[in-house]
Design a protein around this ligand. Sequence first.
Ligand code: HGY
Ligand code: MN
Ligand code: MN
Length: 416
Amino acid sequence: MTSPGENLRINGDRLWESLMEMAKIGPGVAGGNNRQTLTDADKEGRALFARWCDEAGLTLGVDQMGTMFARREGEDPSLDPVYVGSHLDTQPTGGKYDGVLGVLGGLELVRTLNDLGIKTRRPIVVTNWTNEEGTRFAPAMLASGVFAGMHEQDWAYDRTDAEGKRFGDELERIGWKGEEAVGARKIHAMFELHIEQGPILEAEGKDIGVVTHGQGLWWLEVTLTGKDAHTGSTPMTMRVNAGLGMARVTEAVHRIAMAHQPDAVGAVGQANVYPNSRNVIPGKAVFTIDIRSPDLGKLTSMRSEIEAEAARIAEELGLGVKIEPVGHFDPVTFDPGCVSAVRQAAERLGYSHRDIVSGAGHDACWINRVAPTAMIMCPCVDGLSHNEAEEISKEWATAGADVLFHAVVETAGIVE
Ligand code: HGY
Ligand code: MN
Ligand code: MN
């Protein structure tokens, strides 16, 4: 099978137009997006993607977790397809490109094959994985995790959002609960294009990140139980202050991550105090710790140090403490064959590139457990993501999609 010639490129203008079109759905308040999973905005975004897939002649399948699989037939339909894709759901204050670039970059790859009349040996499937973000329903990468056999489907259906709504009910409500058994599809290889969500590629002036590994992660949900009391009349020595406990644990997470440098991160992003009244000492605090490292040893010791410190702080303040893991995956090593297909594509196309470890989690991290998988990254401005000001250039998007196109078509094989 010949690989595509270096002049074969995707249509960057068309890709950019599609990104801007999708960005109109579930707008944020500051130029980004709030298209959270299984909301009406997600439903609208799915419908647009489905229409575009139909216009590109793709056959759409949907599984019981709502993941969308749009298939372009290959010369030999019996062969396992090459998958591309990412996610269309966003953070509540998300950007226009996180996940979306990977889905629409996959669609653009198909549109280009259609323009050029190229037939591939293997089918190609463009994928929108449900609930990658995990912000409305924890954990992140929920549907790809069920697909990879890491979560039971019924457990996933029972995940609830802040209003107590169930994942399974919301999936039915928006009409995207498909028929297909999750994980039944056989994948020959998967490639995911994604913005870096960090500062390295832009700082080094590199067009492409060849992702060799992904950080491992723990999400630990902490519940501290104290006693509601009057902020004015309760003596300081009589307080059982869950809010104070949360503050001290949050500081400890930062301190422990700093003590494990380099290649360790930790923060608390989601936090609630109850009753959350200005003049009531919080009797309860519920917050999620997010710790990550590419080094399993560091990840494991950070978790045990944080759990020990949280217990000590709770003891000191007379608080009840419960810590529940609500998300986890070990550090990931992507498939060397797929990684070199990405690296060779960047070289063939003349794009500057460097190997990189993904700081963020992605659906590719789970799919890598069931099929050879690799990722391609493009820079983002100031490394900013999970912020409505997330920005990339059309050139960066085009370069990433070009490399995706070449790596996928080479893996799928071009029919003479
Ligand atoms: O949390 C993550 O790394 C991803 O953005 N869901
Ligand atoms: Mn993402
Ligand atoms: Mn994200």
